[in-house]
Design a protein around this ligand. Structure first.
Ligand code: NAI
Length: 322
């Protein structure tokens, strides 16, 4: 087993130690990177380090800890920092994880721009703020991009890499390689687009799900089963395009056979839902029958979801593609 000191290939600074910052810190440490965790709230970093310790120990006990280092070795790689300059000093990669607020992130990147050198990558975890809003006008804009993870990042490996129009290709390449090194599954968007790729797909699904329920075609519970016991079963292994390829004698054969039918159905799709009023009330009530919306029930269900995702991640790593 490699020792933490010999395996530390360079420093990473994680700015913001909430839900996503904690996950990034664990992922970087799992690959042997030294991590400096900075937060504007010192209490928050103390809490983050405590919860990372607890989570890593549990993961180790259940055999799910990532990487080849022990939990103690990984923990020794993560340190807290109360000064942003100190946090980013010597870092090769800065992963920003502050709340999704444009003004806050703009201020932070302006601050980082003034203190970093030419070698570091400045990466935002933003779910939906476009790089052109976050990084325009920065001296180090070539070194900036969005690396959008999926919650919970420790179990769901996808990371969307979204460049600013002026981001250097080398910045994307370096971040892509880093994400692979920490066991994540990066995808490159060649240009920014609202919602990036994941949320555009997710919103297309939510939109049609809502319309089907609003029109009374299917109940909210059954709608969710269409995904969890239907489409979702294969989507954990193959995407929609490969599904087309396999569901006929190749993609062209699928298009030949099914394109008219698809276009016919697509033309019947309704307008963008309002997500409010009676329909929202109906869906809310149905969801609360399954999972009451008090903090305890929601937390318990999230824990169950994360256990399922952890088992699925293990299964996927065992199943080699043919
Ligand atoms: P959070 O609210 O759990 O954590 C944010 C942390 O940033 C807090 O600890 C806060 O004290 C700290 N903070 C606030 N201002 C700061 C500053 N100026 N400097 C340093 N630290 C500061 O938020 P969460 O959920 O971790 O989200 C962080 C980012 O990750 C957001 O951009 C969000 O859109 C993105 N993201 C969130 C996902 C989620 O499901 N929660 C999924 C994917 C991305």
């Amino acid at each position: 087993m490699a020792s933490p000191a010999s395996s530390a290939p360079g420093g990473v600074a994680v700015v913001g130690s909430g839900l996503i910052g904690r996950s990034w810190a664990m992922l970087f440490a799992s690959a042997g990177f030294k991590v400096k965790l900075y937060d504007i709230e010192q209490r928050q970093v103390t809490y983050a380090l405590d919860s990372i310790r607890k989570e890593m120990k549990l993961l180790e006990q259940s055999g799910s800890l990532k990487g080849s280092l022990s939990a103690e070795e990984q923990l020794s790689l993560i340190s807290s920092c109360s000064d942003i300059r100190e946090a980013v000093e010597g870092a090769l990669h800065v992963q920003e994880c502050v709340p999704e607020n444009l003004e806050l992130k703009e201020q932070l990147f302006a601050q980082l721009d003034g203190i970093v050198g030419d070698q570091v990558v400045l990466s935002s975890s933003s779910s939906c703020l476009l790089p052109s809003r976050l990084f325009s006008g920065l001296v180090h804009v070539k070194q900036c991009l969005v690396a959008h993870p999926v919650n919970p990042p420790y179990y769901v490996p996808l990371v969307e890499l979204v460049p600013h129009p002026e981001t250097a290709p080398a910045t994307v390449d370096r971040t892509y390689a880093l994400m692979r090194k920490i066991g994540q599954s990066p995808v490159r968007l060649t240009k920014e687009v609202d919602g990036f790729a994941l949320n555009r797909l997710q919103y297309a699904i939510i939109s049609e799900a809502w319309r089907l329920v609003e029109e009374g075609v299917v109940s909210p519970g059954d709608l969710d089963l269409v995904m969890s016991d239907g489409l979702g079963m294969r989507y954990a292994f193959i995407g929609p395009l490969e599904t087309m390829h396999l569901n006929a004698e190749g993609m062209l054969s699928y298009c030949d056979r099914y394109s008219e039918g698809m276009k016919h159905v697509l033309k019947t799709f309704g307008p963008i839902p309002e997500f409010s009023g009676a329909a929202a009330e109906k869906v809310h009530q149905a969801m609360c029958v399954k999972v009451p919306d008090d903090p305890e029930h929601l937390a318990a269900r999230r824990e169950w979801r994360d256990r399922c995702l952890m088992r699925l991640a293990r299964l996927k790593s065992q199943l080699q593609p043919q």
